[in-house]
Structure formats: structure tokens, C-alpha cells
Design a binder for this molecule. Structure first.
Ligand code: ADP
Ligand code: MG
Length: 423
């Protein structure tokens, strides 16, 4: 292989692996990265070093040329001193099999670079973009000069100027592209988070406007009925009807406000351990009269001693909302089964009904604010609240539903870890 082929191959490998690394982490394993960032950076940069030194140019028995400097510097600067030192060990060991004086040149140069990156890495993340870029460019140029000077001065090996320029330029441009690219990806992530946040703020303010509208309706109706009750000549039967309707409407207003508040209210952040069985049983106590009213029988199969992390009142409401929907889906009676058990490190809660079920279109709209098929009786806020609470608890909901056959909700939540306090 000639020099240019080696350098291009190295650069493409570093670019692709860095891209895949960032892309996967941003999209899938953010939590894992937050915990194991140093280890993951060592794995990424370490594999890049090994690749570069596998596809290297053996210039003469003493010297090999490739872009191993890029992962050593970039990994060290983003990973910190410990990562720098580990990468130094990898790059120094990987040079041994090739032998020659280059082993010591590499050892000395990489040691100098490691001392520098370890020191700079303490502040590197807070540098503005331009400063980051010229730091790495300066490292690449100094490194190029250093190796060619050593080659000429210490080992009396005459340098080919063209070779040196191609190597130096590729290394410098390469490191510039990688750091610039990492920074752009990081900015994207910050923007992405800001958009998600502003989306939520928008939903909350839209909801605030429409909630006040929604609440006004039942209040107006209640007011109307109370007004009519003022009439002393009103028949007893009618009076009772007016009173019941007024109470129903007030209940409805209360439900809307409760649902809205639990959506808009920020997380208190105080997560404690919740006993799943206990919370489900509390929710059942409240709901049993409602179930009896619709001739729904409830079966339960609840495992003891299962704990998840979160806010008990929110979790309780979430279970209540799902059970309530299940009962409402069976106006002519049916069975509702509630179970909870552990699956590996997960708590799995399942709530199954034999009710009216949903069409695929309805299923896909589940959780949208105001999506309800219950006309006057529904608020369309219950499931939105459920999704938000489970999301806050780092859980997942799966729903399967068949029209006229029933629906199953399966909620997976990470188990509360008594040693780590939270997962
Ligand atoms: P609401 O109950 O006020 O209508 P939700 O957000 O709780 O609002 O539910 C939204 C819609 O999802 C319901 O109107 C109903 O059409 C559907 N749905 C929810 N749970 C079930 C279920 N268990 N079976 C059938 N349909 C359901
Ligand atoms: Mg509901």
C-alpha cells in the first residue's frame, strides 16, 4: 500500500466508527453512555488505533506511518486523563510487534502527547469550538515536525519532503474534520433536547388554554341546574335529577383538572421505592365499586416484594387510569386481569380486559391529548398522563388490542435497586 491509500483508509475507518458511535449513543444508549463514557471511549479509540496500525505503511524497517495519532489525541481530549493514559498503553504496546527504532520514537512521542492531552483534557470540553480546533491542529503539526525531526536528527534518516507534507496535511485535516464533526453532533444533541423541551412547553400551554375551556362547560351546566333548583315548586324527582347531574358535571370538571395537573406538573425529582403490589391494591380499592357497577370482575395475580423507583401517587394514578379504561371498555360486564411479576431486571405489569378493543387507527392515536371515543364522558387525557408517567419512570408500554376481543397493556419498569438506590 502506498502512503495515500493508507491514510485515506485510516481516515475513513475513524470517521465511520466515530459516526456510528455518536449516532447509536445519541439515539439508543444515552443512559449507558452517561455511566460508562470513559470505557466506551477507550473501546472506540482503542479499536481505531489497532485498525490504523494494522493498515499501516511500513516505510523502512524502523518506521511505520498511519493516523494512530488521531484516536490517541481525540480520545484523550474528550475522555480525560485516565482515558489518555490507557490509550497511551494501547498505542505503545501495539507498536512492539513491528520492532525497529520506531518503537522508542513512538513511545517517546506518544508519551509527550499523552502528558499534553491529559493536562488539556481537564479544560478541553469547555473550550469554544475555534479553540478546540486550533488545539488539535497544533498538536497534529507539532507531532509531524517532531517525528520527521527525530528521524532526520537522531536516526540520520533523510526525509522525503513530499512524503512529509502528504502525511502532515492528511493528519491535520483528518483531526480537524473529526473534532469538527464531533462538535456538530454534540450541538445537534443539545438542539434536539431543547426542541423536545419546547414541544412539551407548547403542549402544556395549549392544554392550559383548552383545559379552561373544557372546564367551563361542566361548570356552566352545573350552574344552570343549580339555578333551576332555586324554584321551590320543582318536583322532587326532577330536583334529584338536577342535583345528580350537577354533581356529575362537577366530577367531570375535577377529572379534567386532575389529569391536566398531573401532566403539567414537573417531576418533583424525589423518586422513592414503590411497592408495586401495594400501589395496585390501593388503586383497586378505589375502583372496585366502579367495576361492580359495570359487572366487571377483577382477577389479580400480584407478586410480593417487587419494588420500582418513582413517585407513588403518580404511579397509582397511572394504574388507575388504565384500569378505568379497561372497565369502561366493558359496559356489559367482563373480566379484568391484573398481574405483576419480575422478568430479569424488569418489573412487568399487565392489565388485560375483554372489552370492545381498538382498531389499529385508534391504537395508534392512544396517548394523544383529547383522543377519546367516549364523547361527552371522556376527557382523552388519561392515556396521555399514563405515557408521561411511565416515560418519567424510564419504563415502556406495549399495547395489544383486537376489536371486540379486548386489550392488553404491558408495562415494563426497571426494578428498584436497593444497592445503587436507583437504576
Ligand atoms: P378517555 O378514557 O377519557 O376517553 P383516555 O386517554 O383514557 O381517555 O383513553 C383514550 C381512548 O383510548 C379511549 O377513549 C378509548 O377509545 C381508548 N382506550 C383506552 N383504553 C382502552 C381499552 N382498555 N379498551 C378499549 N379502548 C381503550
Ligand atoms: Mg380514560
Amino acid at each position: 500500500m502506498n502512503l495515500l491509500t493508507v491514510l485515506v483508509l485510516n481516515l475513513i475507518f475513524i470517521l465511520i466508527t466515530t459516526f456510528v458511535f455518536q449516532y447509536i449513543i445519541i439515539n439508543k444508549f444515552k443512559a449507558l453512555y452517561q455511566r460508562l463514557d470513559k470505557l466506551l471511549i477507550v473501546l472506540l479509540a482503542g479499536s481505531q488505533i489497532v485498525f490504523c496500525m494494522t493498515f499501516t505503511l511500513i516505510n523502512n524497517p524502523d518506521f511505520i506511518f498511519d493516523l494512530r495519532l488521531i484516536p490517541v489525541v481525540v480520545g484523550g481530549l474528550y475522555g480525560g486523563p485516565i482515558v489518555s493514559i490507557l490509550l497511551f498503553v494501547i498505542v505503545a504496546l501495539a507498536r512492539f510487534p513491528f520492532g525497529g527504532d520506531g518503537v522508542w520514537v513512538n513511545f517517546f512521542n506518544m508519551l509527550t502527547i499523552t502528558v499534553f492531552t491529559s493536562y488539556i483534557s481537564l479544560k478541553f470540553r469547555s473550550f469554544p469550538l475555534a479553540k478546540k480546533l486550533y488545539t488539535v491542529v497544533a498538536v497534529a503539526i507539532s507531532y509531524t515536525l517532531l517525528i520527521f525531526l527525530m528521524k532526520a536528527a537522531v536516526f540520520k534518516d533523510p526525509n522525503d519532503i513530499q512524503f512529509m507534507v502528504i502525511y502532515g496535511v492528511t493528519l491535520t485535516v483528518g483531526i480537524f474534520i473529526i473534532v469538527y464533526y464531533i462538535e456538530i453532533m454534540k450541538q445537534n444533541l443539545v438542539l434536539h433536547n431543547a426542541v423536545i423541551k419546547s414541544d412539551k412547553i407548547e403542549v402544556v400551554s395549549q392544554l392550559a388554554a383548552s383545559v379552561s375551556h373544557e372546564v367551563r362547560n361542566p361548570l356552566t351546566v352545573t350552574r344552570g341546574f343549580l339555578q333551576m333548583l332555586k324554584d321551590p315548586s320543582i318536583e322532587e324527582e326532577k330536583r334529584l335529577y338536577y342535583l345528580n347531574t350537577a354533581i356529575d358535571e362537577l366530577d367531570r370538571a375535577e377529572t379534567i383538572i386532575k389529569d391536566y395537573l398531573s401532566f403539567a406538573k414537573p417531576q418533583s425529582g424525589i423518586a422513592s421505592s414503590i411497592c408495586v403490589k401495594e400501589e395496585i391494591e390501593k388503586a383497586m380499592e378505589l375502583i372496585i365499586p366502579y367495576a361492580n357497577h359495570f359487572s366487571v370482575s377483577i382477577k389479580r395475580d400480584l407478586m410480593e416484594g417487587m419494588f420500582v423507583s418513582g413517585e407513588a401517587s403518580k404511579f397509582h394514578q397511572c394504574i388507575l387510569n388504565i384500569i378505568k379504561n379497561g372497565i369502561e371498555a366493558m359496559p356489559n360486564g367482563g373480566d379484568l386481569e391484573i398481574g405483576c411479576r419480575t422478568e430479569g431486571k424488569q418489573a412487568t405489569i399487565s392489565i388485560k380486559d375483554t372489552g370492545c378493543g381498538m382498531t389499529p387507527q385508534q391504537l395508534s392515536r392512544l396517548g394523544e391529548p383529547y383522543f377519546s371515543t367516549k364523547a361527552e364522558k371522556g376527557t382523552g387525557l388519561g392515556m396521555m398522563v399514563v405515557y408521561k408517567i411511565i416515560d418519567e419512570m424510564n419504563g415502556r408500554i406495549q399495547v395489544k388490542s383486537k376489536l371486540e376481543q379486548g386489550t392488553i397493556f404491558k408495562i415494563d419498569l426497571p426494578l428498584y435497586d436497593t444497592e445503587k438506590r436507583e437504576i
